[in-house]
Design a protein around this ligand. Sequence first.
Ligand SMILES: [Zn+2]
Length: 180
Amino acid sequence: MSGVVGNWRVELIEAHRQLFQPPADTPLAAQGSPECDAGWRDLLERMCVRIRAAVQADGGTFKFSQIKEKYGTLRVYWDGGLSPEASAQVEEAIALAEARSACTCELCGEPGRLHGGGWLTTRCAAHAEGRQPITVRAGLENIHVVRHGLGSDARIACRRYDRQKDVFVDVDPASVEIGE
Ligand SMILES: [Zn+2]
């Protein structure tokens, strides 16, 4: 392993060139070159492997347009032409990565929490730099509310992100006492 700081981005882009489509010889000039710290490298790697599987099985096109940290968690944007099924698989891979970023220290990759104090960051206790964790009501940790469909067909699903298994687990919305 090279000790050059910042090299993890080049390695990630080189390992998944078909998703980043970087200009020749300047991988960091790729639109999707990650604008976040090294602690999220592993979750980006997991996401890329999942997206590659979906894109290859589909035969459509895909390219990251932006990968960045915002308000303490990951944001991922992409362009391309995929079947609805493959698009859904890509969106699920992105949702898993974004959920994992919300409980993974952006600096070191250890389990982390959202911290406030001027700006929002996801950090482990060792990298909190004196800022305080944002309090989440007991039972609402890692809960993600997903809206399916539009208008009268819309329904709300509730999922909890299981960091250990890197999966979503369905939760009965009634069991999550939102707004209490
Ligand atoms: Zn840390």
